[in-house]
Design a protein around this ligand. Structure first.
Ligand code: KG4
Ligand code: ZN
Length: 338
């Protein structure tokens, strides 16, 4: 089954062609990162406009690259939630029009479910059930993926997402948006231990997380140094900060693995590209005797292929939409798709 998949929830417009949920024929991506950089973050209005400009040409490009005709498309899948509402709407409207014109089913895909599904592309042998940590710019959650379209949130951040936290600290350090990857690169050159960072302990669900205290601690340290004219060891600071984020994510995820008795662990989302987090998970999974699934960097960030992968399983589960499909800025990923 050949799915045309569309993603436009943030600052990447992406159109992919995916066969049977696992084989990516092409993944055409147009990134707006450079445009938003001068503002230090995504400007929603600009994002929506640029998606409109890019999406039609990108779809043609995807077909051309894959050597596929419009008639060969069996279904259209699209991110319908969550994201910047104006941005998501562009993809949804495009997908609705394409599905109607081609006379094929329309498949709504939850963006976070898509991130999880990036692992199906990277690991053709991976099947649920497994545990998954999703860490992106907007979400941080530990999930039991019980089946392709059945997942349960076991723990999540109570405030900022990990990616948001990386980006904010990077921005204050003068790194270009989105700063997560840049901070990661600098951290690799640093020595740990100079700037102890807090690890939040919460009451209630032990699998829940908090990043706002860590973010504030890092920002206060940077501002204070500026005020008193102290020169910071930036690589050291980045290393200590990355270690604190990883120490918040990894032990909780491993605890969730223990609690559920699951043996397979996947990570997903833009922050899953972080070298410290990847290394810590490799170590922890080895110690726990768990099988670890880590997508390549190209599949960690937003892309269309992951929407095509999840779209296939939503289709098999009968989760289809009609022309009344709407876009949503927020929506839980548990339960039925729409
Ligand atoms: O999944 P994603 O592309 O978009 C959302 O759905 O949010 O995630 C983007 C986030 C940004 O915050 C970006 O800075 C972060 O992922 N990120 C990283 C790294 N690469 C991307 N954070 C830390 N280390 C990295 N290497
Ligand atoms: Zn994303």
């Amino acid at each position: 089954m050949l799915i045309l998949a569309v993603e436009s929830s943030c600052d990447e417009t992406a159109v992919a062609l995916v066969r049977d949920g696992r084989e990516v024929l092409t993944d055409a991506i147009s990134s707006q990162v450079e445009l938003h950089r001068i503002y230090g973050g995504v400007v929603p209005e600009i994002a929506s406009r640029k998606h409109i400009e890019a999406i039609y040409g990108l779809a043609d490009q995807a077909l051309q690259k894959a050597g596929v005709t419009r008639q060969e498309i069996d279904a259209v899948a699209v991110t319908y939630a969550p994201g910047l509402i104006g941005a998501v709407l562009v993809g949804v409207n495009f997908a609705k029009a394409a599905a109607m014109r081609l006379g094929v089913p329309l498949i709504p895909v939850h963006h976070i479910r898509g991130h999880i599904a990036a692992n199906y592309i990277a690991y053709p042998e991976l099947e649920p059930p497994f545990l998954c940590l999703v860490v992106s710019g907007g979400h941080t959650m530990i999930l039991a993926v019980e089946d392709y379209t059945k997942m349960r949130i076991l723990g999540q951040t109570r405030d900022d997402a990990a990616g948001e936290c990386f980006d904010k600290v990077a921005r204050v350090l003068g790194m270009p948006y989105p700063g997560g990857a840049a901070l990661d690169r600098v951290a690799r050159e640093g020595q740990e231990g100079k700037y102890p960072m807090p690890r939040a302990k919460l009451s209630g669900n032990p699998l829940d997380m908090s990043f706002s205290g860590l973010k504030t601690a890092a920002l206060n340290l940077i501002h204070h140094a500026e005020q008193v004219g102290e020169e910071l060891d930036i690589p050291g600071l980045c290393a200590d900060f990355s270690a604190a984020v990883s120490d918040t994510l990894v032990p909780r995820t491993m605890e969730a693995l223990r609690q559920t008795g699951m043996k397979k662990l996947a990570i997903a989302g833009g922050v899953a590209a972080n070298s410290r987090i990847r290394a810590d998970f490799e170590k922890a999974a080895k110690e726990a005797g768990a099988e670890l699934f880590v997508p390549p960097l190209s599949l960690c960030g937003d892309n269309g292929a992951m929407i095509g992968a999840q779209g296939y399983y939503e289709y098999l589960a009968g989760n289809l939409a009609d022309q009344t499909l709407n876009a949503f800025a927020t929506k839980t990923l548990e339960g039925e798709a729409v």
